[in-house]
Design a protein around this ligand. Structure first.
Ligand SMILES: Nc1ncnc2c1ncn2[C@@H]1O[C@H](COP(=O)(O)OP(=O)(O)O)[C@@H](O)[C@H]1O
Ligand SMILES: [Mg+2]
Length: 384
């Protein structure tokens, strides 16, 4: 539960930061837009003033236009006292030949800004009106924050969806795999229990002892499985154990269930390799690794388990003569859901890694592997 609480807070914090960034960038660009608009207005006024004084002095309208031509970005239209268009600048030169286009532009300019009055002759009420609109840069800049925001939101939403869907897929895989693994583990002892019960029914009372022993073996197995599953997710109790015996006992069970075409050897370099482990969980590790090895050999080959140690570590190497793992997949094989088997769930090794590294503070990795020749997995535990 705590995990999900934490996640919720993280999500909120990230969303808040994203909103802050968005608001700041909009605020900043709109500040720029305002500045630029002010600049443009100032420029136009300056030109208008200059034009007015020049025109008054010279009475020369061409001169007026020449000055205004100094402006190369802000579209302008000059009209006379009757609002008749005299001249224009910085409008699309081809389209501007069309009066309808010019009139439309004029209306837009009227909507955007009040015109600047250039008075030539106050007595005869002779003046021109200078209309202008925002330059292309300013127009684009005004649209920029909205476009920016839309793009950022789009990417944020897309990446959130992509991430959460891939996470959900992984979670689903783990759920389904876990259920399958449970069912699979329970399947064998349950069906053999049923067989024993049928046999028991047909056996006279005095001969039932052997069958009862077998029944007990299966219930023990069921107990072990329950223990394993209950240990996943809670802190397991670790005890000092002789790994030589742990491995031998574990293999004893496996040997009875594996085809006789798989030769299993345990090589103890020097006896007495002690480590702190939880037996039910560690058995699960060995069982998973050996099952994979046997799968890789298609049920035929040699399985070697080497136990060795130095001052710091106990090493358990599980070597098979199977199909091997490509180098590029040495890490991938431990990811939940990675499998190359038709009926695989790709959970075995991720469970193994979790048990070794999180519960036992050890390490597990592919020590080496050659395609078509075999693979060695190494478990490294802290020695005591
Ligand atoms: N000893 C091995 N030799 C070759 N490939 C292996 C071996 N162990 C694991 N693999 C590869 O790693 C994959 C993942 O293994 P695992 O997590 O146990 O899932 P699963 O056994 O359900 O496929 C296997 O499908 C296989 O391709
Ligand atoms: Mg497996």
């Amino acid at each position: 539960m705590r995990l999900y609480e934490q996640k919720k807070w993280w999500k909120r914090a990230l969303a808040l930061i994203a909103i802050c960034i968005g608001v700041f960038s909009i605020w900043y660009t709109s500040k720029l837009v305002k500045q630029l608009a002010n600049e443009e207005q100032k420029k136009i006024k300056l030109w208008a003033n200059a034009t007015q004084s020049m025109a008054k002095a010279e009475g020369n309208i061409d001169f007026l236009l020449n000055i205004v031509t100094g402006n190369e970005t802000i579209p302008i239209i000059l009209t006379d006292n009757n609002d008749k268009i005299i001249s224009y600048r910085n409008l699309d030169s081809i389209q501007a030949k069309d009066t309808a286009f010019l009139n439309a532009e004029l209306i837009e300019m009227k909507n955007q800004h009040d015109p600047i009055k250039i008075v030539y002759d106050a007595e005869n009420n002779f003046y021109n009106l200078l209309y202008y609109k925002n330059s292309v840069i300013l127009t684009q800049l005004k649209a920029y924050p909205a476009i920016q925001l839309a793009l950022i939101s789009f990417f944020a939403i897309m990446s959130y969806l992509a991430l959460s869907s891939s996470r959900r897929a992984e979670q689903n895989q783990v759920w389904v795999g876990m259920s399958k693994e449970t069912a699979h583990q329970l399947g064998t002892p349950i069906s053999s229990l049923n067989e024993w019960i049928n046999l028991l029914r047909e056996t006279p009372k005095e001969e039932q002892d052997y069958l009862l022993d077998e029944l007990q073996n299966d219930t023990k197995r069921l107990e072990l499985i329950t223990e394993r599953f209950s240990k996943i997710g809670s802190e397991p109790v670790l005890k000092e154990e002789n790994m030589d015996l742990v491995v031998e006992n574990s293999m004893q069970y496996l040997k009875t269930r594996v085809s006789s075409q798989v030769a299993i050897h345990i090589n103890i370099i020097q006896p007495g390799n002690w480590a702190k482990i939880n037996i039910p969980l560690f058995d699960w590790v060995l069982e998973n690794l050996c099952k994979n090895a046997i799968d890789a050999m298609n049920g035929k080959g040699e399985l070697n388990i080497n136990i060795s140690s130095d001052i710091k570590h106990v090493y358990i190497d599980i070597r098979d003569t199977g199909k091997g793992i490509p180098k590029s997949k040495f890490n991938t094989v431990f990811k939940p859901g990675y499998t190359t088997k038709k009926r695989g769930w790709g959970l075995g090794l991720s469970l193994v890694k979790r048990i070794v590294e999180e519960y036992h503070k050890g390490k597990i990795f592919v020590r080496n592997s050659e395609l078509g020749k075999g693979t060695t997995f190494r478990i490294m535990l802290n020695a005591i």
